[in-house]
Design a protein around this ligand. Structure first.
Ligand code: SF4
Ligand code: SF4
Length: 466
């Protein structure tokens, strides 16, 4: 074989074409639009399914076709065999026409939006927070909270969805753990309901980690809240400056203590992504060294991601924000260093499913709920009037307002931008990376990741190989 091939994510098995219904004619084959060619490594990555090939023989006919961007070509043999060709067909590197791939993407987008799925983002304390981070715009002093009444309303809403099969509850804020009693009570009720109705129920939380003691953590995990994102902004001094309590007190030691205690719960199955926001002044290299020496760095349940602070606030520019030019190279260097220090990288597995970089705001089945039971779509523009799309009434009925269609009709934009038809990242972003940008500016925005797919796909392959 001239290519090293890999099966992962979907565990596809090569089809036996002699038994399939496909009639293979000459001159009917095309290269899939969903491939990225990594010239430096003679690798090709397929964004449709996470499959990749690495060519040992640089005279391999498929490598030649890709390099020459060939439009139509015949079935070919390599090493006197159709094995490589058949594998490339089975794994959609080669297609009989581009519509074949577009149909797979559209069908998956429809599945994501199916009424069998429900994605609820709950803000039990609205945007209230116990931290006062200088780069955060949210109104942290809000008093409204979810309670018994809201629990009944949301359960009524879930119960009305007769064909529900998959329920994803995401806890968000502000700081959701300001409503921890509600979260535990509600999660128990949903856990019971899902069991009774045979619904696949998963739950996740974005928290600052300050209140996340190992005792509370165990209760949450036992109620299926198993995925967490916690932000630590570098070493102690930097973190305490960027993420102090609302009274200015430090938070670093408490969060690290909580995480260390959690890592001792060896039998628990969970996943914590530690996010680090950085600017040009952050000592992230020092932070990685610090993390490497903690026990949790050897624990595959913990993973690390790095993101630049790109604040537009003029008064913060010199203090906490980071220029876009600097940020992408810094991010790459931190990611490389984290991998070299055996830290788990948190975001590469994100790409395994179609739609990983599409925003749920465009889906009919994705709702963000405030304590007053008003419904929103976008977790960023929370105060934008267009983001208020309806309300759930006490009987559990969702009443949509005129803004609803602004968001959900965006899914129809999937191929409105001609570039998307030939863009290899389309399976991941579904032309729906940011519906807000589409609503405000009629622009189908590309996710920043799409600007350097060669590097990104190469990192994904390295990650899988390691
Ligand atoms: S929105 Fe951008 S990244 Fe997404 S498919 Fe279209 S061109 Fe590609
Ligand atoms: S800003 Fe865009 S991508 Fe982010 S949540 Fe809102 S709509 Fe989605």
């Amino acid at each position: 074989m001239g290519l090293t091939n890999h099966f992962f994510f979907y565990n596809c098995k090569p089809k036996d074409l002699s038994r399939g219904g496909w009639i293979i004619k000459d001159n009917v084959f095309q290269i899939s639009t969903t491939l990225t060619f990594i010239e430096s490594h003679n690798r090709i990555y397929n964004w449709l399914n996470g499959e990749y090939v690495e060519f040992e023989d640089i005279s391999h006919p498929f490598l030649h076709l890709v390099k020459n961007k060939s439009e139509n070509f015949n079935k070919f043999k390599y090493d006197n065999s159709f094995d490589d060709f058949n594998w490339l067909i089975d794994n959609k590197f080669i297609v009989s026409n581009h519509k074949e791939v577009q149909d797979i993407i559209l069908n998956r987008a429809k599945e994501l939006d199916s009424s069998q799925n429900l994605h609820l983002t709950l803000l039990p304390a609205q945007m209230a927070c116990n931290f006062n981070c200088p780069y955060c715009y949210e109104d942290k002093k809000q008093k409204s909270r979810m309670g018994q009444n809201e629990k009944e309303i949301i359960l009524n809403y879930i119960n009305k969805r007769a064909d529900l099969k998959n329920l994803q509850i995401e806890w968000f804020g502000g700081e959701p753990l300001l409503g921890k009693d509600f979260i535990l009570d509600f999660s128990q009720a949903v856990y019971n309901l899902a069991k009774f109705k045979n619904i696949d129920y998963r739950s996740s939380m974005t928290t600052n980690g300050f209140y996340l003691t190992s005792e509370l953590f165990q209760k949450l995990v036992n109620l299926n809240v198993k995925a967490f994102q916690i932000t630590i902004d570098g070493l102690e001094e930097n973190h305490n400056k960027l993420r102090p309590l609302s009274n200015g007190e430090p938070t670093f030691k408490t969060i690290i203590h909580n995480l260390t205690e959690i890592s001792k719960l060896k039998s628990l199955d969970f996943n914590i992504v530690l996010r680090t926001n950085f600017n040009e002044n952050s000592d992230i290299n020092g932070y990685i060294e610090f993390m490497k020496n903690l026990d949790l760095s050897k624990d595959k349940r913990f993973a690390f991601i790095f993101r630049p602070i790109e604040s537009d606030l003029n008064d913060l520019q010199n203090d906490v924000s980071c220029s876009k030019v600097e940020s992408s190279s810094l991010q790459k260097s931190y990611e490389d260093k984290a991998i070299n220090n055996a830290l788990e990288k948190g975001d590469l597995f994100l790409y395994k499913d179609i739609g990983s970089h599409s925003c749920p705001a465009s889906r009919e089945n994705a709702l963000i709920l405030y304590p007053d039971m008003t419904v929103r779509k976008c977790t960023v523009a929370l105060d934008n009037p267009k983001n208020m799309v309806g309300i759930i009434q006490s009987d559990g009925n969702l009443v949509k307002n005129e803004n609803w269609d602004l968001w959900t009709l965006n899914t129809n934009s999937i191929y409105n931008k001609p570039d998307c038809l030939t863009c290899s990242f389309n399976p991941q972003c579904l032309s729906s990376a940011c519906p807000l940008e589409f609503i405000d500016n009629m622009n189908i925005a590309c996710p920043s990741e799409s600007s350097n797919l060669e590097n990104l796909s190469n990192s994904i392959i390295d990650f899988i190989e390691s």
